[in-house]
Design a protein around this ligand. Structure first.
Ligand code: SF4
Length: 515
C-alpha cells in the first residue's frame, strides 16, 4: 500500500453506518425500492438497445480503456500539457491537493467578485469536496441548476445515483418538495403545481431562470479535459449547464486530475461510449466545450481547479489504478442487483454502486467501518464489468479489496478466526470426519427448523439463514446404501464414473439420460 495521503471522509457522510446496516434500513423502504426498480429497469432497457446498435462496441470499449490508461500512465506529463494549453488560452490553473485547498480557491475567487451567490452545474467533484457547505460557511449561496440536483438540494437530501441523483424520488415526492421549498429560496412553485413532468420542469425552469440571469459566478465540473488543446467538456441533457457555462462573467471549473484525456481524437471515442452507457441515447442533447477565454464571448475570467484529493494514492496502486478510468456513466449502478435494492445512500459517499464500492476504499483507505464494508456490497455477479464502457474489472477489484480488509484485520476478526478454525479442520481427514459427524447430529436434532443466526456469526447471518446441516454425510449414505464400509469408498476414488447399474438407477445422484 502507498503512504500517499488518503482522501478524508467527508463530514456529511461521517458517522454513516456500514453498508450492511445502512442497506437494511434501505431495504425496509418499499417506496424507494419501487422507485429504484422502475428507474433502473427503464434505463437498463434503453442502454441495452443503444449499445446493441453499435457493431464494434467491444472495440470502442477497448479504445476508451486504452485512452484512459495512456493518460493515467503518463499523468504528470498530460496534466502539465493541459495546464500549458489552458494558460496559453487565457485560463488560470489552480492545483488543489485536497478538499480544503480546492474549496478555499473557489471561496477566494467568489469573494474577489464580491458576490454572495454562485450557480452550479452538476459536478460530482464539488459534491465530493462539499463545496456547497464551504461556500455557505463563507456566506455564499450555491444554487444547483441541474434538475435532479435541484430536487436533492431543495429536499435537503443526498444524491443517490451518479447520473440521476434523485432517482429514489417519484413525481409526487418531487411535487411536494417544489411546493414546500422553492418559495423559501427564490421564485415559488405555482399554487396549482401537479406532478406532470412538464409542469414540474416548467416550475424548475422559472425558478432557475432568475438565478441564471442574476449570477456573476458559475461553478462547474467537467466530464473530460483534453491535454492537447486545453478543452474542457461538459455533457448534459437539459441545457442548464450551457446557461452556467455561458452567462456568468466568471467560470470556475473543478475537475479531478483523472479526467484528463491525451488528445482531442480520444474525445470522439468517449462521446460515443458515454451517452449510450449512461442515458441509453446515441448522443446526449448538449455537449459544451470551452477552451480558455474567448474575447467578447462567454465568461471573460476562466479558472480551472485541478483536484487530487486521494487520486494520486489510487494512481500509485498498480492494481487499483484502473478504477480511475471511470467516466461516471452510471451503467454499473443500473445493472447492479445490490444497488437496485438498496439505492445509493447506503454506500456512504457521493460515489455509490459498484464503482463506489471500489473507488471509496481506494480513495479513502479502509480505516473506517463504512469503507471496510463496501467491498462486500456486491454479489460479484460480474454485470458491472460487462456494462462498463471502459472495461473496469470491478469484481476483481472488489475481491482484492476484500483480501486487503481481511489481511488488515490480521486474525482479529470473526471471519479470520473461523477461517483459521476451518483450515485446522480441513488439515486432517479424521478431524473433518469428526466435524461432519457432529454436524449431522446437529442436523438430526434440528429437524426442519431453520437457523436464523448463530452466536459469533451475527454479521454473516444478518442477511441470510445458516444452511441446516444434513442428517447424514455422503460417506454415511454410501455405507448405508451399499452395505459397505467407508473404506470401499476410498477404493472407489479415482474410478472415472460410478456405473449406472451399480446404483440400480435409483440412487439420488443418478442422472436422466440426455440431461
Ligand atoms: S465504473 Fe464503468 S460503468 Fe461504472 S460509472 Fe464508471 S465508467 Fe460507468
Amino acid at each position: 500500500m502507498t503512504d500517499l495521503p488518503a482522501q478524508e471522509t467527508s463530514p456529511t457522510f461521517l458517522g454513516m453506518p456500514s453498508f450492511q446496516h445502512a442497506a437494511e434500513a434501505a431495504l425496509a423502504d418499499t417506496q424507494q425500492r419501487r422507485n429504484l426498480a422502475h428507474a433502473t429497469a427503464t434505463i437498463r432497457a434503453k442502454r441495452a438497445a443503444a449499445v446493441g446498435e453499435v457493431d464494434g462496441w467491444e472495440d470502442l470499449r477497448l479504445a476508451g480503456a486504452a485512452a484512459k490508461d495512456e493518460a493515467l500512465h503518463h499523468l504528470p506529463h498530460y496534466l502539465e500539457q493541459l495546464e500549458a494549453a489552458l494558460t496559453a488560452r487565457g485560463a488560470t490553473v489552480h492545483w488543489a491537493r485536497d478538499a480544503d485547498e480546492a474549496n478555499q480557491v473557489v471561496v477566494d475567487l467568489a469573494r474577489a467578485k464580491a458576490t454572495d451567490e454562485v450557480v452550479k452545474v452538476k459536478s460530482m467533484a464539488t459534491q465530493e469536496i462539499e463545496l456547497n457547505e464551504a461556500l455557505e460557511a463563507a456566506g455564499i449561496a450555491a444554487w444547483e441548476t441541474d434538475l435532479a440536483e435541484l430536487i436533492v438540494q431543495l429536499g435537503e437530501d443526498r444524491p443517490s445515483h451518479i447520473l440521476v441523483p434523485a432517482i429514489h424520488r417519484n413525481r409526487a415526492e418531487i411535487r411536494e418538495i417544489f411546493a414546500r421549498r422553492m418559495g423559501a429560496v427564490g421564485r415559488a412553485a405555482p399554487d396549482d403545481l401537479t406532478d406532470e413532468p412538464a409542469r414540474l420542469a416548467e416550475a424548475a425552469r422559472l425558478h432557475l431562470r432568475e438565478k441564471f440571469l442574476r449570477a456573476r459566478v458559475a461553478v462547474t465540473g467537467a466530464n473530460f479535459a483534453v491535454a492537447e488543446t486545453g478543452t474542457l467538456v461538459v455533457v448534459e441533457s437539459e441545457g442548464n449547464g450551457r446557461m452556467c457555462l455561458t452567462l456568468p462573467e466568471t467560470l470556475i471549473t473543478v475537475v479531478g486530475i483523472e479526467k484528463v484525456l491525451p488528445t482531442f481524437a480520444d474525445l470522439s471515442t468517449m462521446l460515443q461510449l458515454l451517452p449510450r452507457s449512461s442515458t441509453g441515447e446515441r448522443m446526449n442533447p448538449y455537449t459544451s466545450m470551452w477552451t480558455g477565454v474567448t474575447p467578447g464571448d462567454g465568461p471573460q475570467e476562466v479558472h480551472v481547479v485541478l483536484l487530487d484529493n486521494g487520486r494520486s494514492r489510487v494512481l500509485a496502486d498498480e492494481a487499483g489504478r484502473e478504477a480511475l478510468r471511470c467516466i461516471r456513466c452510471s451503467a454499473c449502478l443500473n445493472v447492479c442487483p445490490v444497488y437496485e435494492r438498496t439505492g445509493g445512500h447506503a454506500y456512504g459517499s457521493v460515489y455509490p454502486g459498484p464503482i463506489g464500492a471500489v473507488l471509496n476504499p481506494l480513495l479513502r483507505g479502509t480505516s473506517s467501518e463504512v469503507d471496510r464494508s463496501l467491498p462486500y456490497a456486491s454479489s460479484l455477479c460480474g454485470a458491472c464489468f460487462e456494462a462498463c464502457p471502459v472495461r473496469i474489472d470491478i469484481p476483481s477489484l472488489l475481491v482484492r479489496l476484500r483480501t486487503q480488509v481481511v489481511d488488515e484485520a490480521s486474525g482479529r476478526s470473526a471471519e479470520a478466526a473461523s477461517m483459521k478454525a476451518a483450515a485446522w479442520v480441513f488439515g486432517d481427514h479424521r478431524r473433518l470426519e469428526a466435524a461432519q459427524r457432529a454436524a449431522t447430529l446437529g442436523g438430526r436434532l434440528l429437524g426442519d427448523r431453520t437457523i436464523r443466526s448463530l452466536p459469533g456469526l451475527g454479521a454473516w447471518t444478518q442477511a441470510r439463514d445458516v444452511p441446516t446441516p444434513p442428517t447424514e454425510t455422503f460417506r454415511q449414505w454410501w455405507a448405508r446404501t451399499h452395505g459397505d464400509d467407508e473404506g470401499d469408498l476410498d477404493d472407489a476414488r479415482g474410478q472415472p464414473v460410478v456405473e449406472e447399474q451399480d446404483l440400480g438407477g435409483a440412487g439420488p445422484h443418478t442422472r436422466q439420460e440426455g440431461s
